[in-house]
Design a protein around this ligand. Structure first.
Ligand code: MN
Length: 232
């Protein structure tokens, strides 16, 4: 391999529960409006085909087990929102993966925050422009360590929640996903070839809302783990 014009950035490595090797993050796919009650609070009703956007992998904030991550309050927004999400980490790639085969492609699960500059996202949405400035900004994807899939047998119905400081803001279960993980993988892999290292943020339940500097977000998915992030 040739040399680079300057030092190439190392891949983002996400800790894996029970081992020292890191999971090398490749892409961060995100599913929009994938819980009915959240779709309603965003002004939509009914089951739509799933749709996707991406965050850059270097927007991931790695938060080691037991640690509290730090997320700088981003520029240009007056309305930074939390979205707690179950994250599926892909271990085996593929394209045109059938839903019936999809779960075997999942290496493990993590807890993630799809942090959103809501004011910017909605301003772009309302004039038909891309969401990137609202969704794909620096530090916009705090993610917990990954728990291997075999250790999370009840994932399909696991409770998911988020507290801000001591107040519960989001509380649902993975069973309330409109498009379940297998269906999401089927749809994504029809449009892109999934590769090991890809992460899928599967969508957020209702209760999204603002955070400000100094707030502590504590979120979790039962059986997967907890994610603690302070806005600084
Ligand atoms: Mn989201």
């Amino acid at each position: 391999m040739g040399t680079f014009t300057f030092a190439a950035p190392a891949p983002v490595g996400i800790p894996v529960v029970g081992q020292s090797a890191l999971f090398p993050a490749r892409r961060v796919y995100c599913v929009g409006r994938n819980y009915a009650e959240h779709a309603k609070e965003m002004g939509f009703t009914g089951r739509e085909p799933p749709f996707f956007f991406l965050k850059p992998a270097d927007a991931i904030v790695v938060v080691p087990t037991g640690a509290t991550g730090e997320m700088p309050y981003p520029p240009l927004t007056q309305n930074l929102h939390h979205e707690i999400e179950l994250v599926a980490a892909i271990g085996k790639g593929g394209k045109n993966i059938a839903a019936a085969d999809a779960m075997a492609h999942i290496y493990g699960y993590a807890v993630g925050l799809d942090m959103t500059r809501r004011d910017l996202q909605l301003a772009q949405r309302d004039i038909g422009r891309p969401w990137d400035i609202g969704k794909g900004f620096d530090h916009s994807a705090p993610i917990s360590p990954i728990t291997p899939a075999a250790q999370v047998p009840g994932i399909e119905t696991a409770p998911i929640w988020l507290r801000v400081n001591d107040q519960v803001r989001q509380k649902s279960t993975v069973a309330s996903l409109i498009w379940n993980m297998a269906e999401v993988i089927e749809h994504i892999s029809a449009a892109w070839e999934l590769q090991p290292g890809d992460l899928i943020m599967t969508g957020t339940p209702e209760g999204v809302g603002p955070v400000v500097k100094g707030d502590l977000m504590t979120g979790g998915v039962e059986g997967v783990g907890e994610l603690r992030v302070k806005v600084i």
